[in-house]
Each structure stands twice: as structure tokens, then as C-alpha cells.
Design a protein around this ligand. Sequence first.
Ligand SMILES: [Cu+2]
Length: 232
Amino acid sequence: MQSQASTSRVTVVLGLLALMTAAGIVVGYGIGTTIPRPAAQGTTVTTTVGTVSSNSTAPFDLTLVITTDSIYNSTVNDQPAYFILGPDGIESSANMSLPANRLIRLTNICYDDGPANLTSQQYAQVSGTRNGVVTEVSNDNVNSSQGAAGIQVSGGVTVSSLPTDDVAHTFTIPQLGLNIPIMPSSAVVAYFTLTKAGTFKWFCETLCGSGPIGAQGAMSTPGWMTGNVVVG
Ligand SMILES: [Cu+2]
């Protein structure tokens, strides 16, 4: 049992600590522990633990859309273009900001229904993504049927490369080793992490522009089939 004297001493110490704390004095009382300064009247102390942990595990979403009907100029007319699909609508793809060292989930929706020649056969290969693969969903490779339990879904393909004559566009950051080939009329999902901060160029590596070999127009203009990626 505790003596009367030691109980009152403890009470005095606790009372003193409470007074000092109320006065805003930070009191150290042992290695590695500190009584935090109390919040000023009217402010709310919030912990960021929940936010931090959910941010560090949830992928950063980048959604891109490729359309084909944008007028480039009166000579060339239509050219294909990448757009960023943001919370407030579509945005130019001329400058993209992406986080470094965080898992990025790219969803690319391609409305272009035809393939184009690659600048080099290597760009039919997936590179720089998680497990070296992407998931390609097209009208041809998704199937379903009606069963007793409702619609039965199958299809979509997870691939490490595409046939070279079945690539409509690519999303490629050569300096970061990232290459995502995209089938005509498809939705493509890829996961990747960029570990190097800086400003890099992104390109499409199919000859989908104008001019004699398709390397002009959209292919050489930021916001169409090329642009900058700022990683940081
Ligand atoms: Cu392209």
C-alpha cells in the first residue's frame, strides 16, 4: 500500500505538470518522450497518420485519353492527340506532373481504331511497368455470356508485348525506360513507379502524325503525341 506522504508528493508533481502544460511549457520527462504543447484555444489538433498511410498505399491515378478528331491546322486537318482526363474535364498533355517514388496507375482510353507503323519494333514490347506487363481491354478481347448467376465476364489480356501491327500508339518515356504500347480502340491499364525526379520527354512511338512518314504534325508537337513529364 502507498504511504500518505508519497501519494501527496505524486499529487503535487502531477498538479505542477498540469499547470506547466496549461501554460504552454513543454516538459520533458524521460528519454524520447515529450508532453506536446497544448493547442491554442479554438484550434483543432489533427493527426495525419491516417492520411499519410492511405496516401502511401493508394496509387496515383493518371488517366489519359487518345482522340483522333482534333483539327491540327487547315492543311493537315485531323490529328490524334493525348489528353489528360482530370477531375474537371480534359486537359492538355503538353506538361504532366507525376509523383516520384509512388505507384502510378495509368489508365489509357484509346478511341483511335487503327494501328500505325512503329518508329522501331522495340516499342511493341512493354517496359518499365510493374511485372513488365499491361492489361489491354478491347472490344475484341472482352467476352461475356448470360448465365444462371447473371452476366459472366471474361477477357481482356495482360501482355508483355503486342503484335507489331496491332499498336495504335505508345506512351513512352525513353529516359525512364517506360514503354506502354496501346491497341486500337482499347482501354489499357499499367502500373509503374518513377524513381528519378526531373523533367523528361514523353513520346508516342508510332508514326501517327502527318508528313511523308507520319513524323510531323501531332508527332512533333507538345500536347499531341509528345510533351514533358515533370517527376517530383
Ligand atoms: Cu501516336
